[in-house]
Design a protein around this ligand. Structure first.
Ligand code: E4P
Length: 215
């Protein structure tokens, strides 16, 4: 399973990359706006830190506008994946871009039918948002199960990228369901390491070792 970080913060991306387990990065307009920095400049920095797929989202909502932005973003670096919203114009653009060899990540997916459309259009990734579904009392992970099954049934090459992850259990369930990628916020990546018994056990080992040293 691949781990991406869902962040546009350079310090977080650098720290997560330093663990040696980071396969890629996803950003979105809200995450970029939080940084208050020029988008292109930010992307140019990110591609130097992580050698893997870096999702950069378009803000146009019409077919021509999406294509123009996507082609410009794709020119920045070979690892840029253009993130496109799951709307009619977006799906049309994904079909065109995939025939040009431009990688796409179809975002804001909330249903299996939407995921089917993205796969048929030739999307590289589909991003179902599990946390936002949980927020409205729908079990987000059910959607992952459905999409993984549908894609398997037809050997679609589109990769399932679990997005809007809120806690480690989302990551565990995504892995058990066989999702290809989890894009994880920095605070959740940190939580993946944690177990109180590890801390207690280590403290005991080290204090016992000290006793031996003092003999
Ligand atoms: C996906 O790529 C999005 O950037 C992200 O996962 C959305 O997460 P949120 O629902 O926590 O904003």
């Amino acid at each position: 399973m691949k781990f991406f970080i869902d962040s546009a913060n350079i310090d977080q991306i650098k720290e997560a990359a330093s663990y040696g387990l980071l396969d890629g990065v996803t950003t979105n307009p809200s995450l970029v706006a939080k940084e208050g920095r020029d988008f292109i400049e930010l992307l140019n920095e990110i591609v130097q830190i992580v050698d893997g797929p870096i999702s950069a989202e378009v803000v146009s909502t019409d077919y021509e506008g999406i294509l123009k932005e996507a082609r410009e973003l794709a020119k920045i670096h070979k690892n840029i994946v253009v993130k496109i919203p799951l709307i009619k114009e977006g799906i049309k653009a994904v079909k065109t871009l995939s025939s040009e060899g431009i990688k796409t990540n179809v975002t804001l997916c909330f249903s299996p039918t939407q995921a089917l459309l993205a796969a048929k259009a030739g999307a590289t990734y589909i991003s179902p948002f599990v946390g936002r579904l949980d927020d409205i009392s729908h079990v987000g992970m059910d959607l992952i199960e459905q999409i993984v099954q549908i894609y398997r049934n037809y050997d679609f090459e589109t990769q399932v990228l679990v997005a809007s992850i809120r806690h480690p259990l989302h990551v565990v369930e995504a892995a058990m369901m066989g999702a290809d990628v989890a894009t994880i916020p920095f605070d959740v990546i940190e939580k993946l390491f944690k177990h109180p018994l590890t801390d207690i056990g280590l403290e005991k080992f080290l204090s016992d070792w000290k006793k031996l040293e003092n003999k």
